[in-house]
Design a binder for this molecule. Structure first.
Ligand SMILES: Cc1cc2nc3c(=O)[nH]c(=O)nc-3n(C[C@H](O)[C@H](O)[C@H](O)COP(=O)(O)OP(=O)(O)OC[C@H]3O[C@@H](n4cnc5c(N)ncnc54)[C@H](O)[C@@H]3O)c2cc1C
Length: 427
């Protein structure tokens, strides 16, 4: 697919405009005034966007408090580029100053410890409580424990770096210390996991880095899944052509043990050793979701929150909405879709506060750009529409579209896409 076709598939003519689902723009025109209190839990891609748009579209009658323990948010998007030295953590840092100064969102730097769905209040880590009319939970993901053995010092070297922060810097320094004779192992958990193309992207940029700066090296991808989970055409080319001789892709490799002393990984596809082991554990909805039992009743499994995708209201508990990676939907766990879900949710809450009907045909979209080398990137794009028969979001047209290879033009577009997505979320 060519670049202009990509933008046509999103219904836009320039980079950066696809962040407003068109169906939403039409439906926020009723004259009633929205009045109500919303507490938003989690200031990541989903939570920050919903807090901003509740105020932007709902006006001053909608009282919004964002609860987030950290004053700084580090973007996981683009964090693979920290591993190869093309970005610093501070270049991927965002804060909530504009959310407060421009939109009037109140921010409390604590974590939410418990939820009282009957009394409609949350308790924060400082012991205080916040009442709500509607609660939006957007705490992202947590991980299952890895079957890890070894000394405490050696075990500390096995990081996931799947939430940008200290682990990203640890992995960066481990990769930097590699030589052309060393092997980097990345393990991919069973789906669903955050950012379907992300681990394959990581393998590509690390392979490119080793080739450019060390004169060679090996990258082994141990995938618990039976096949590549996203952009299979582009990644197959990347593994077999662009990074031929460096990347080895191993499907059906479920981890049974990781020995941090011998730096080896036992899997259902054999045992592999490396200088650096980047183990990405099996995902689950964030602890707040699993511990509080919110939304689990109708979830496909017990790890994620079941939601009605017309409003992202929990299928188990009324007045509580779950957006972003913690929600169980047919859409990918990705920052772009988290931003889109947040807008559908914000609009629905505003309509509820107005006493109006909510939109019955929401549209969301997701785009993901993937650096394949330092200067080239590929992408995938998909638009979802609500299907009343299945009550799910269904991919439109031919489903997920991927770019025709990795190009420098895509790489330029990727930089603009990121700037626009993060501006739409934090500014
Ligand atoms: C390497 C990598 C590359 C990626 N690349 C892309 C990409 O190219 N495109 C894309 O669309 N997506 C990408 N993603 C995925 C994207 O980062 C996530 O899907 C997105 O961040 C999910 O948003 P979220 O709001 O659900 O969670 P997060 O952004 O993780 O935010 C969750 C927030 O909740 C807070 N929180 C947690 N618990 C509590 C609590 N109890 N109380 C209060 N706050 C709490 C956390 O501190 C955090 O700030 C990538 C991810 C990785 C790891």
């Amino acid at each position: 697919m060519k670049r202009r076709d990509f933008f046509a598939s999103l219904g836009v003519t320039a980079v950066g405009l696809p962040f407003l689902p068109s169906a939403l723009a039409e439906q926020t025109s009723t004259s009633a005034v929205a009045v109500g209190r919303v507490v938003v839990v989690g200031g990541g891609m989903a939570g920050t966007t919903v807090a901003k748009y509740l105020r932007l579209w709902g006006g001053t009658g909608v009282d919004v408090t964002l609860v987030e323990p950290n004053a700084t948010y580090y973007s996981s998007i683009f964090s693979n580029m920290i591993l190869t030295g093309e970005r610093t953590l501070s270049q991927l840092s965002f804060n909530y100053a504009i959310l407060t100064s421009k939109y009037g969102v109140k921010v409390q730097n604590y974590s939410v410890k418990s939820i009282d769905p009957i009394g409609k209040k949350v308790t924060l880590s400082n012991g205080s409580s916040l009442p709500f009319d509607r609660l939006v939970i957007a705490p992202g993901i947590d991980f299952e424990a890895l079957p890890l053995s070894g000394t405490a010092t050696n075990k500390a070297k096995i990081v996931h770096a799947w939430k940008a922060g200290a682990q990203t810097l640890s992995l960066q320094s481990q990769i930097k210390a590699m030589t052309s004779k060393d092997t980097f192992i990345v393990t991919i958990p069973p789906s669903p996991y955050r950012c379907p193309p992300g681990p394959y992207e990581r393998a590509c940029v690390v392979a490119d880095y080793l080739k450019r700066t060390k004169g060679g090296g090996k990258v082994i991808i141990l995938d618990a899944n039976s096949k590549i989970q996203a952009e299979s055409q582009n990644f197959t080319t990347a593994f077999n052509v662009t990074h031929k001789g460096i990347i080895t892709y191993v499907p059906n490799a479920q981890i049974t043990g990781i020995n941090a002393d011998t730096m080896s990984v036992n899997t259902s596809a054999g045992t592999f050793s490396g200088k650096v082991i980047n183990a990405i554990p099996t995902h689950k909805g964030a602890d707040l979701i699993t511990k509080s039992g919110i939304g689990l009743a109708n979830s496909p499994d017990s790890k994620w929150a079941g939601v009605n995708v017309l409003s992202y209201e929990s299928t188990a508990v009324p007045f509580i909405h779950i957006i972003g990676d913690s929600a169980a939907t047919t859409q990918p766990k990705a920052g772009h879709i988290a931003n889109a879900e947040a807008k559908v949710c914000a609009d629905a809450i505003i309509q509820y506060f107005k006493g109006s009907a909510i939109n019955q045909s929401p549209i969301t979209n997701s785009s993901c750009f993937t650096p394949i080398t330092k200067t080239t990137a590929s992408w995938l794009s998909v638009v979802y529409r609500y299907d009343p028969a299945t009550r799910t979001m269904v991919a439109t047209g031919s489903g997920v579209t991927e770019s025709d290879g990795a190009t420098s033009e895509n790489h330029e577009d990727m930089l603009k896409w990121f700037t626009n997505l993060m501006s739409d979320t934090f500014k």
